[in-house]
Design a protein around this ligand. Structure first.
Ligand code: BES
Ligand code: ZN
Length: 770
């Protein structure tokens, strides 16, 4: 029996400590096999209302010996009562033969009897004995997503509406809400029409990862449970303001887009989406906006406000096809794309807390990343890769998050290497490695060294995964796979690809733990192990491709569970790169070729830190060079380098500032303002960070320590109100805070807090003490 928690107690330890769902596959847990949403969006009340039908499967697990008698007579769901008001719960009977006829019988349920810092539990009881026609008994043995072997299916209908923070009643709606004040984020962000590009219609969208699905759908909000999705979203289109509104969800549209959109007389429109491939609840997503669509690939559209649609179309044209083809072809060796036909992209407002989110069939992509020169569309290689690593094979628990993000970063950079060259891959790896170092240092100095482990295990219990979010699972995960490629498999990327393909095939439609990954890797490379062959067949034949490979050298414990920077890669500026030159002999390019883009950057950094420049202006052609032009240098690199090189240039200068190895001259400091012209948010972010750090240490400081120069203050103000991505705003606010400009940080935050998504705003408010 579940615990009845007293307010303020930490999250109970379940199979997933961040969810109340009792899905444990070794027991007869009741799990959602299909989630059907029928909601209406109301911009005036800022809520969603309607119902969710949850098809719950109960029954014997193949590996379990328990009898049907031990099937649970209830299901436990996650629901966040700060944001959801439940109105009615019933069991749905579908009458055989009478098409579409449904009968609802009220169901017994407990709400909020267990409660945590992140949400509440809801327990729905099944009828004592299965009523005739109410339960479908199925016993298929088919493979794949349709499998419901030995499961009894019961459909629960929950009628509910969401509660908008703005109009929420002052008293918490939960019957036994914790006395201790709890401030939880909502997945849904609402934008007034004035906050949109067109200023014509309002806009709303959701972001459910990591554990926010429960704030707008009662569900089993754990990545361990995957289910199909059916999503009907109804939009009022009766007014001048709302007539162009459309809904986009994480599935495939079941109707003709053009016909629906062009029906200008309709008072309301229902958009019906289906997702046949099982997904975890964190991939349930919607955006309702005045969006139009434009073709960007064979089976790809971009959705955006008409004001930026052309721009977005130009920026993304052909990009998805190229990445999809390289991912499923060259890198994953023919691993199929399991998401039907489409791969679309929806352009989110700049307030979106992330650069991209891999919602199936429709990746959400921040408008901040539309740089105008396609330079930041590399993020789409990342989101596309999630179609395999993350969406098809999903991390089982939040502690396994690196299986989503580390794998995705690794594959993403393999794709980029195929398309833009090995030296570009190397550059991206180094930018990532710098990011890892920064994150590890920050977490270590914050007494959070446990979060520097690839799998932080039990240290995540009681912690909101969004709060523990860092680049560690991304970059340490990707470095680990790079270590497997370059050190263990001796640079043979094709072996890595072959194993990845089998990993995806073996675990498709499932959720995987770190240990299952480890076992799989070992099993794969031992398959033809000489010792095993010898025992089984009396032979000792090691296939040629595995000669010299020693998987026993991997220190799994240290890599997977150990804290800090990975030791194997600490030597050398570019991890594992130089190291592998002498090893396998199959390395595609030699070090100097692979380091070409990096070398260019490092050379300029060396010049700058020594007070020299690259572009030397001569007084006249015949005379020797006379003056250094740092401005020319910056113009030159911005027009001829890859954006990622400029990013690395700035990262290295910031690093040099931090280490006191660089004291910019007045001329250099002034030249930096050339970056103020850039449309590239990644470059602008680094430029502002550099300026903040430089001004904190420089001459201006003694005069007015709590301030920054007016020009910088204005530039920061603009940026803070223009971009809401966590990876930009968090470090900038933190930099202000840590350099004694807390008041300024608070001033900016209070001005712009309504612009940010809940997850960002709540974290910042805490960190800034407002
Ligand atoms: N799935 C993530 C975004 C995410 C992670 C949202 C955890 C909520 C909780 C997405 O795929 C991602 O990694 N986005 C990155 C892209 C980058 C690594 C190229 C981002 O937005 O920073
Ligand atoms: Zn990702």
């Amino acid at each position: 029996m579940p615990l009845h928690l007293k307010p303020g107690q930490p999250v109970p330890l379940g199979p997933d400590p961040h969810s109340f769902a009792e899905w444990d596959p070794d027991s007869t847990g009741a799990v959602v096999t299909e989630l059907r949403l029928a909601l209406r969006i109301d911009f005036e009340k800022r809520n969603l209302h309607g119902f969710v039908d949850l098809v719950i499967g109960r029954g014997r697990n193949e590996n379990s010996t328990s009898s049907p008698a031990s099937q649970p007579d209830y299901v436990v769901l996650d629901v966040n009562l700060d944001h959801i008001a439940v109105q009615e719960v019933c069991i749905l009977r579908e009458k055989a033969g009478e098409d579409g006829q449904e009968k609802e019988t009220p169901a017994k349920y407990d709400l909020g009897y267990e409660t945590s810092a992140f949400g509440d539990a809801m327990k729905v009881y099944f009828p004592p004995s299965p009523p005739i026609n109410c339960m479908n008994e199925t016993a298929t043995t088919s493979e794949g997503p349709d499998e419901v072997a030995n499961k009894i299916l019961t459909t629960i209908r929950i009628k509910y509406h969401t509660i908008s923070a703005a109009i929420k009643p002052p008293v918490a709606p939960a019957p036994q809400a914790p006395a201790a004040k709890r401030k939880t984020a909502s997945a849904v962000q609402w934008l007034r029409k004035e906050q949109t590009k067109g200023k014509v219609a309002p806009l709303a969208f959701s972001q459910a990862q990591a554990i926010l699905a429960r704030s707008f759908v009662p569900c089993q909000d754990t990545p361990a449970v995957k289910h199909k999705l059916d999503f009907k979203l109804t939009v009022d289109t009766s007014t001048e303001e709302s007539k162009e509104l459309v809904a986009i969800c994480s599935g495939e549209l079941q109707q003709d887009w053009d016909k629906t959109v062009k029906d200008t007389q309709a008072q309301q429109k229902t958009f019906h989406y289906r997702q046949e491939t099982p997904i975890p609840a964190y991939l349930i997503a919607f955006v309702v906006a005045r969006f139009e669509r434009a073709k960007i690939g064979e089976n790809s559209y971009v959705f955006a406000e008409p004001e930026i649609l052309d721009f977005a179309q130009k920026e993304l044209s052909g990009v998805c096809d190229k990445y999809l083809k390289t991912a499923s072809g060259t890198v994953l060796l023919g691993s199929p794309y399991y998401w039907g036909k489409t791969f679309n992209v929806a352009i989110m407002p700049n307030s979106f807390a992330f650069g991209g989110m891999e919602n199936p069939n429709c990746t959400f992509f921040s408008a901040s990343l539309l740089a105008g020169d396609q330079s930041l569309t590399t993020t789409l290689a990342h989101e596309i890769t999630h179609s395999w690593t993350g969406n098809l094979v999903t991390n089982k628990l939040h502690e396994d998050f690196w299986l989503n993000e580390g794998f995705t970063r690794y594959v993403e950079r393999r794709i980029l290497g195929e398309i833009f060259g090995e030296d570009f891959r190397e550059l991206c790896l180094l930018v990532g490695f710098k990011d890892l170092k920064k994150n590890v240092d920050l977490l270590t100095s914050n007494n959070q060294v446990h979060f520097t482990a690839l799998n932080p295990g039990k240290t995540l219990v009681g912690v909101d995964p969004d709060e523990a979010f860092s680049r560690v699972p991304y970059e340490k995960g990707s470095v680990f796979l790079l270590y497997l490629e370059r050190v263990v498999l001796q640079g043979r990327t094709e072996l890595m690809s072959a194993w990845l393909k089998e990993y995806l095939e073996d675990f498709k439609f499932q959720s995987v733990s770190t240990e299952e990954f480890r076992e799989h890797f070992i099993r794969y490379f031992r398959k033809h192990d000489s010792k095993q062959d010898e025992q089984e067949h009396g032979t000792n034949v090691l296939p040629q491709e595995l000669v010299g490979i020693d998987i026993d050298r991997i220190d799994w414990e240290k890599w997977l569970y150990g804290p800090g920077m990975p030791e194997d890669v600490q030597t050398g500026e570019t991890p594992l790169i130089a190291a592998k030159e002498s090893g396998g002999g199959q390395v595609v390019l030699n070090a100097s070729k692979r380091r070409k883009m990096i070398d260019e950057v490092e050379k300029l950094v060396e010049k700058w830190t020594n007070g020299h420049c690259l572009v030397v202006l001569a007084a006249d052609a015949a005379a020797p060079a006379t003056s250094c032009s740092f401005v020319e240098d910056l113009n030159f690199i911005q027009s001829s380098w890859k954006a990622q090189q400029v990013m690395l240039f700035l990262d290295l200068l910031i690093e040099a500032l931090d280490k006191n190895e660089f004291q910019p001259t007045e001329e250099q400091a002034a030249a930096f303002w050339s970056f103020d012209e850039t449309n590239n948010v990644e470059i602008r972010f680094r430029f502002l960070l550099f300026k903040l750090k430089e001004s904190a240490s420089s001459r201006h400081r003694e005069e007015s320590p709590a301030l920054v120069e007016p020009r910088l203050e204005a530039a920061l103000d603009l940026f803070f109100g223009q971009h809401g991505r966590g990876s930009y705003v968090k470090p900038l606010y933190l930099q202000l805070k840590n350099s004694n400009r807390m008041e300024l940080a608070r001033k900016f935050f209070l001005k712009h807090k309504d612009f940010y998504q809940d997850t960002i705003a709540i974290g910042l408010a805490k960190s800034l003490g407002v």
